[in-house]
Each structure stands twice: as C-alpha cells, then as structure tokens.
Design a protein. Structure first.
Length: 223
C-alpha cells in the first residue's frame, strides 16, 4: 500500500512495514466501558466541567496543499476493521491475497461491497485475475495473519490454514466471516483503485471480536 507513517494507513493494503503490534492498551472499547478508560481530564470534559478548545489551523502547507502527515494523523482517528482479500490464481492455482482496511458495504439491492487497492500492489493483479474473490473478515487474534498478507514477496500463505469457500477461494481459519464476490467495477482514485464487487455468497465463520486498526495500531473490543 505504499509507505505510510503511524496514524492512518491510506485506503488499500496495509503498509508492509506496519508491525503486527500487540493490542493497543486503549484498543477500541465497548461503549459501556468507555468512561473507565478515560483520563481524569477527559472525564471532566465529558461531564461539562471543561470545554474543548476550538479547531486549530495549520493543516495546509504554504502552497495551499494539504499536509500529508496531518492528513494521515487526523483520519487515523477513524477506526476501521481489517479484511484479507483472497483468491486462487487461475494460472498456477496458488493462493494469493492482500490485507485491506478500506472495506465497506455499499448496497443491499444489488448486494455490493467495495474496497481500495494501491496501484503499486503486486498481489492485486493475481487476485483480480480470478473469476471470483473472497473477503475474509479478520479476527482480533489474526494480527500476524494480517502482517503476513501485507508483506511483499515470498509465499504469503506459508503456514496459514484455510479451507475453500463455495467459490473455491481461501477462507482463513479463524476469520469471522467470508464473502464470495465478483468484481463489478473499478474506479481510479488518486494513488488507489476503488473496487466495487457484487456479493455472490457469504456466511459467518468463526466467533470472536474483530481486528481493528486505529491510530497506527491494532486493537479489539473490550467485553
């Protein structure tokens, strides 16, 4: 997905250098546990004892363009789930895949989903060449799986256990859900490609919490 600083990883595959860190101390917590995780100052502002300062300026460079570091930092405050997009290469029959944090549902009728892929991705052409692809919703204990699929070069599926979806693509052991779909449209958008896919089949797979990416780290929900 290119080189990205800590904070937001740009839409598309997670940067190869992004470490599979342990769950962030703050993580992403359930609403009923949020107050317990706030600092005293945050609790006071929550109760109205203090008012937050107004928005600051400075997100633009002198030439009027957005500063990329600030852009990543600010958008990094939007938490996302993480998925693995997999397929079997129709040429050699080997499994290929990539990790992405830009997955989203688009439409119920027809059933459409979307995700973004960097133009520099070397795995996407392999996945794109298959008749269908599978989206794996990763679980919170699959950080190492995410890092492996986000790496460049080598056998990304070495040591990974998986079974075939109805469409024949890898469904990773431990993934929370799988979605078989076919690419319906691709839209160039800056340094990425927005891929819209039509869902063919889908189902839940394993139990557990989701893998969440927030401010440069991985986390999960606190029960």
């Amino acid at each position: 997905m290119g080189t990205h600083a800590a904070g937001l990883i740009a839409p598309g595959t997670i940067a190869p250098h992004t470490p599979p860190t342990a769950l962030a101390p703050a993580g992403v917590i359930a609403p009923d546990r949020r107050v317990a995780a706030l600092t005293p100052r945050q609790r006071s502002t929550r109760n109205g004892a203090a008012m937050p300062t107004g928005p600051s300026s400075g997100s633009c460079r002198e030439d009027g363009h957005l500063d990329s570091k600030t852009f990543r930092s600010v958008l990094g405050r939007f938490a996302t789930g993480v998925v693995a997009i997999t397929a079997l290469d129709p040429v050699d029959g080997r499994p290929y895949g990539l990790a992405a944090n830009s997955f989203t549902s688009v439409s119920l009728d027809p059933p459409l989903v979307a995700f973004c892929v960097a133009h520099t991705s070397t795995s996407w052409p392999r996945v794109r060449g298959a008749k269908a692809l599978t989206v794996n919703v990763l679980a919170e204990d699959q950080q190492a799986v995410c890092a492996q699929l986000a790496s460049r070069g080598g056998d990304k599926f070495a040591g990974l256990r998986w079974t075939g979806s109805p469409g024949g693509n890898p469904v990773l052991d431990g993934a929370l859900a799988w979605i078989d779909c076919v690419v319906e449209a691709e839209h160039p958008a800056g340094d990425h490609m927005i891929v819209v896919a039509r869902v063919q089949q889908l189902d839940t797979h394993a139990d557990g919490g989701p893998l969440v990416f927030y401010r440069g780290g991985y986390g999960g929900f606190v029960e």
